[in-house]
Design a protein around this ligand. Structure first.
Ligand code: 5MY
Ligand code: ATP
Length: 477
């Protein structure tokens, strides 16, 4: 990429989250991830160019030196910070504005610093994987996959219903989403193929911001109301799954196409990575999951220890005190910093995120000795866990030649898995986390949990009974 020859016409809108906006190159497999900040501050640059550079470098360091060893080298692409011509960034911001979803426009793209993160485009095949058929890519934001067991948890419901399922009520009530999702992260992380299948099926039904499908680098499903058309999705997917004896069989049912898609795109790939016990077994059933009513048939199985799900789950579980147990430790650090502001650097509250930071959290003693060092190490662990609870998985499927089929007779794809959005969560986000936790739980207890047992709370708009087959419940858009 020649930075002095940047042309906005070579880039197109790709997607965005709460903190950043991503554009992709029209020819090369590259994306630029630009920071965003609240629109009300749009007249003033929130950071100087040097501060913005430092901020993005911190993201790169955190991803490469802290998250990478925890999650596994093969899954992480940390990228590099680049300085872009300001005129290019301004033109780009104008060009992409009309493609941005309205609900994300409370934030604007940073057009002042000229800094961005340059990454490989993970929705496209890497250089050595050439293909004539467009690559398929599935993005999943799985969220928290376990129930807390900390003695500090004050509300029993938190040990029974998972955070995602409780949060759904609050999100729908507050207008973030129109409809509730039946997806339960504990099913996805269970290691049980049937539960995982059900989790992916629910993600397809109601993707919210947890699920997207890309074809040839272009988002074709999820991400916005316009991209929720199941028949159009099936049209896209069908050619990939008419294989073997079925290759020219246009009568393959929609159900079979979707089943194969889920199997190939998610189950086979998410469950690959050795054998062994990567966690998940026995611990986790969320009472809001539709499958929890038949636990004997849907028990958890150990995730393969080197699978992407196992690595993410283990990292999420560094939050072993729960926010309720962590908050007093956060207060201890905060108090210490008020008394000794210069200690902020030594305690690495805002980085640098290198090996020393990782060691601090890995060598944290089991018992609280009352020290600020213990408290800060627990806060570091919690922040790392928060990042793992908010990251996304990208599964890229490159179709291989027609003859190749896998062990289960499914069409040949070579796959790669990456984890993205591994930014550090700020130290000061801890009090907000506690408030949010309290709001979610109290809202759930006031509304959903008050319903009589057996009337599944978050299902207001859904038929009460889910069938065991692959029927998808779609809503008119
Ligand atoms: O708090 P949560 O669980 O709602 O997660 C936030 C996400 O909401 P979600 O529930 O996934 O829709 C939220 O995602 P959306 O903006 O809703 O797409 C962000 O990822 C946010 O992270 P950050 O503050 O931008 O670093 C996330 O905040 P953190 O809690 O990870 O800081
Ligand atoms: N390297 C990449 N290759 C392809 N697409 C990407 C890449 N990085 C990000 N994206 C796309 O851009 C979207 C937004 O990126 P990202 O999740 O990093 O934003 P964010 O603002 O940090 O999100 P959040 O709301 O979780 O804070 C992703 O959901 C994904 O679809």
């Amino acid at each position: 990429m020649e930075l002095d020859k940047m042309d906005e016409n070579d880039w197109k809108y790709h997607g965005e989250g709460n903190k950043s906006l991503v554009v992709s190159h029209v020819q090369h497999s590259r994306v630029l991830r630009l920071l965003k900040y609240p629109a009300e501050d749009s007249e003033n640059a929130p950071q100087t160019p040097d501060q913005a550079f430092r901020h993005i470098q911190n993201i790169v360091d955190f991803s490469s030196s802290v998250m990478r060893p925890l999650l596994g080298e093969k899954f992480i692409h940390s990228g590099e910070v680049v300085r872009l011509p300001l005129e290019f960034v301004r033109q780009l911001s104008i060009k992409v504005q009309h493609q941005r979803p309205a609900w994300r426009c409370n934030k604007v793209m940073d057009i002042y610093s000229g800094c961005a993160l340059c990454l490989p485009n993970l929705t496209l095949p890497s250089l050595h994987q050439s293909t004539h058929t467009p690559t398929l890519c599935i993005e999943i934001k799985p969220k928290c996959g376990f129930l807390p067991s900390s003695k500090h948890v004050s509300k029993e419901i938190k040990t029974k219903v998972c955070r995602f399922c409780m949060h759904q009520h609050y999100k729908v009530a507050s207008g973030k989403w129109k409809r509730s999702s039946l997806y339960c992260p504990l099913d996805l992380f269970s290691g049980n193929r049937q539960r995982m299948h059900s989790a992916i099926k629910h993600l397809i039904e109601e993707p919210q911001n947890n699920f997207k499908i890309f074809k040839g680098g272009q988002c074709i499903y999820g991400d916005s109301d316009e991209l929720l058309d199941l028949s159009s999705l099936l049209q896209h997917l069908r050619p990939y799954f008419l294989f073997g004896n079925n290759r020219f069989n246009s009568h393959m049912t929609n159900k079979a196409v979707l089943n194969n898609f889920i199997q190939v795109s998610s189950l086979n790939v998410l469950l690959s990575g050795g054998r062994g016990d990567g966690g998940g077994k026995g611990r986790s059933f969320c009472e809001a999951s539709l499958l929890s009513r038949d636990r004997s048939r849907h028990g958890s199985q150990a995730l393969p220890s080197d699978s992407v799900l196992s690595r993410i789950l283990q990292t999420q579980m560094l939050d072993n005190l729960d926010i309720e147990g962590l908050y007093p430790l956060y207060r201890r650090v905060e108090q210490h910093l008020q008394d000794f502001p210069k200690e902020r650097g030594r305690l690495q509250v805002d980085g640098p995120y290198g090996e020393a930071f990782l060691q601090k959290l890995q060598k944290c003693p089991g018992e609280d000795d009352g020290s600020v060092e213990f408290a800060v190490a627990k806060v570091h662990q919690y922040r790392v866990a928060m990042t793992a609870k908010d990251c996304s998985i990208m599964v890229t499927l490159v179709p291989s030649s027609e003859e190749e089929e896998d062990d289960e007779g499914l069409p040949g794809f070579s796959s790669s898995v990456s984890i993205l959005d591994l930014d550090p969560k700020p130290f000061d986000s801890v009090p907000r986390q506690l408030r949010l936790d309290q709001k979610i739980v109290s809202y759930f207890l006031r509304t959903a949990a008050a319903l009589p047992k057996g009337s599944v709370p978050r299902r207001g708009i859904y038929p009460a009974v889910e069938r065991e087959d692959c029927t998808l419940l779609f809503h008119p858009v």
